[in-house]
Design a binder for this molecule. Structure first.
Ligand code: MRU
Length: 367
């Protein structure tokens, strides 16, 4: 997508310098900075400290990290060590392990001398695949938005609500939940997006920045506003992303997603999840019991970052000194609360049968 008129991806390979670059998301929406990742430690830090974030982007970043480290040391021992080091960075998004498993399965049978080039080619391929998956999710989501638009009185926008950032910054390009929004806006549909703030890291500010850059009408609202907006008929559809979805359709996503789904059900608002197939964990059935939920640094809750009146990015404390702070980063929305899963192949019911019919090649893996 474009930043000030220039097309960008969230991660790319600079062929002139042979370096991997990322948009360093710690500074957005206030400052647009690019970082270069060189070593395994750089890649691990970038994922753990959320310079890059969002399930699909974490996976592609890990693939590039593997490629860079294979150029340094393509041995069997280092293949395993890099898999371990990168996989340990964040526990919830399954795309990370999916990407690392795919790299290892591809590289292990090769002679060490051939691994670096093969790993870099695989990382490029995975980046391109991600873009294509998200573009296709957007087409299927656009059909759902069009359907709602066809039933709205003339002149009224389709009002969407999203939580966290499942935008192009969370993927290589397009985003998952935002891809239908960008494509609807490009198609001339009248839409308006309620953007949840998404404490503690305020990923909603990233979504608002993206929508702003693309000229999509939106409003940034507190995390607790969604129920009120739905009660007053001001939300036609919720679309969120996901970090891991079980084979029967339980959806793990950013903390607070579950509460949105409950409010949506109570108010008959359709609740859709944009789901790239690498985010499906075919080995799990019960999301609440089985998905590991990342507990992050309490400082993310006790402190907030913003831009001061002097124009400098600054951090302030919001909690009293001495209060204990908890920071579970994700929650699980049971499949029964999910209206549909918008995948790259079409929209599936959030059921084991629906997902198995959409992805028959995986059906045998279901536990
Ligand atoms: O902690 P984050 O910012 O990595 O969490 C991101 C989300 O929860 C997204 O909704 C999810 O990864 C889907 S991104 C297409």
């Amino acid at each position: 997508m474009k930043v000030n008129g220039t097309p960008y991806r969230s991660i790319w390979y600079d062929h002139d310098t042979a370096e991997v670059r990322i948009i360093d998301q710690r500074w957005l929406p206030h400052d647009f900075r690019i970082a270069t990742l060189k070593s395994r430690a750089d890649f691990a830090t970038a994922i753990y400290e959320m310079w890059v974030r969002g399930a699909p982007l974490i996976g592609v970043t890990a693939a590039y990290g593997m490629a860079e480290d294979m150029a340094r040391d393509p041995s069997d021992a280092n293949l395993d060590a890099t898999w371990e080091a990168l996989n340990a960075t964040r526990p919830t998004a399954i795309n990370l392990r999916w990407a690392l498993d795919r790299c290892r399965a591809h590289l292990a049978p090769l002679a060490p001398a051939d691994r670096a080039e093969a790993a870099m080619q695989l990382a490029h391929d995975m980046a391109e695949e991600d873009v294509d998956i998200n573009r296709r999710i957007g087409q299927h989501g656009l059909a759902l938005i069009r359907d709602i638009a066809s039933r709205k009185p003339a002149g009224e926008p389709v009002r969407l609500l999203t939580h966290c950032n499942a935008g192009w910054l969370a993927t290589v390009d397009w985003g998952t939940a935002t891809s239908p929004m960008f494509q609807a806006a490009d198609a001339g549909l009248n839409i308006h997006v309620w953007v949840d703030e998404t404490r503690p890291r305020n990923q909603g500010a990233l979504t608002a920045w993206e929508l702003n850059s693309h000229g999509v009408s939106h409003a940034y609202v507190t995390d607790n506003a969604g129920g009120h907006l739905m009660q007053h008929g001001m939300v036609d559809m919720v679309i969120t992303g996901t970090d891991r979805t079980t084979a029967q359709g339980d959806v793990c996503n950013k903390i607070g997603t579950y509460l949105k789904a409950l409010a949506a059900q109570d108010n008959n608002v359709p609740f859709y999840v944009a789901l790239p197939s690498p985010t499906i964990d075919w080995t799990l059935r019960d999301g609440v019991a089985e998905i590991p939920i990342e507990e992050r640094n309490p400082r993310e809750v006790s402190h907030v970052q913003g831009i001061g009146t002097d124009g400098a990015i600054t951090e302030v404390q919001v909690t009293p000194q001495g209060s204990e702070v908890g920071n579970p980063a994700f929650d699980v929305t049971p499949a029964r609360l999910v209206t549909g899963l918008i995948t790259e192949r079409g929209t599936s019911p959030a059921t084991a049968e629906g997902l198995a019919a959409m992805f028959p090649e995986h059906a045998s893996k279901v536990a």
